[in-house]
Ligand binder design. Structure first.
Ligand code: PAF
Length: 281
């Protein structure tokens, strides 16, 4: 496994694969890897000849007062984990390498689907994601890119971006990986105190309970209110509890498949999760 820190180095490392038309898989990450990321790499290994994982804490997707400075940077540990799952190349550029010395004058905004859910409380976040992902796609030029469904809205934004701008790659969504107690794996779980970690699975429990209530025919508005109340009671500050169609559009009929979304804070740590709910037709 190679580690490249420059665009030039990465391009040179990928040249043999490109000239022999090997399938290149790409897993963009911000590092501090856990089983969720490793599952993305394993999915990439299944269908690609060469797998590139980027590790880059992207400053422009963090808002003022968010955790850019404290975001865990654990390259050595990440490298060991990636070697074990057969990653071929790590791309770990500096901020300067990615954004250069010149001011960036281009922004990328995916409209509409970025405006609510996490877009409401994190203004500019998805623009920052769209810019960095576009840059990384241009640098790596993968055939396939893999993203976790935990960041469901991010995945929808990236799919839209790729479709709208005719990017020549396929985006693959990979199901959420959970701890045994149901908590969705996230690098931010590491911020939780022992006590908060014990409370955090309430998010998944409330999603599963909501699923059951919806299947029993309870009204969606009531079910969402129950989730919110359960989280507040457990000590969360709820950012949103929402339901959308699988394409993030508002719910139109109550028998159609939907996704429940939660964002809630435990202390200073903001956690997100979602659950896809299917109704038999
Ligand atoms: O999901 C993430 O880790 C980041 O948002 C991504 C896609 C690597 C862009 O910085």
């Amino acid at each position: 496994m190679k580690t490249e820190t420059t665009i030039q180095g990465l391009t040179a490392s990928l040249a043999p694969a490109r000239s022999t038309k090997k399938m290149i898989g790409f897993v963009p990450t911000m590092g501090n890897l856990h089983e969720g990321h490793l599952t993305l790499v394993r999915a990439a290994k299944k269908i690609c000849d060469v797998v590139v994982v980027s590790i880059f804490v992207n400053p422009i997707q963090f808002g003022v007062g968010e955790d850019f400075d404290s975001y865990p940077r654990t390259l050595e540990q990440d490298s060991r984990l990636l070697a074990d799952v057969g990653c071929d190349i790590i791309f770990a550029p500096s901020v300067e390498q990615m954004y250069g010395k010149h001011p960036r004058l281009t922004n990328i905004r995916v409209n509409q689907i970025t405006e609510d859910l996490c877009g409401q409380s994190r203004p500019g976040h998805f623009d920052g994601v769209a810019v960095v992902v576009t840059k990384l796609f241009n640098i790596v030029q993968p055939d396939y890119a893999f993203f976790g469904e935990k960041d469901y809205q991010q995945l929808a934004v990236i799919r839209q971006l790729v479709q709208d701008l005719n990017m020549p790659l396929e985006v693959i969504g990979v199901p959420i990986v959970r701890a045994e107690d149901g908590l969705a794996l996230s690098s931010r779980n590491g911020y939780l105190s022992e006590q908060q970690r014990a409370v955090a699975p309430t998010i998944y429990q409330s999603l599963k309970q909501a699923e059951q209530q919806l299947h029993e025919g309870q009204a969606l508005s009531e079910v969402l209110a129950n989730v919110s109340a359960q989280l507040t009671h457990a000590g969360f500050i709820v950012d949103y509890v929402e339901a959308r169609q699988t394409n993030l559009q508002p719910i139109e009929r109550f028998d159609q498949d939907l996704v429940l979304f939660i964002a809630a804070k435990l202390g200073a740590t903001r956690l997100i999760d979602n659950l896809q709910i299917h109704f038999k037709t």
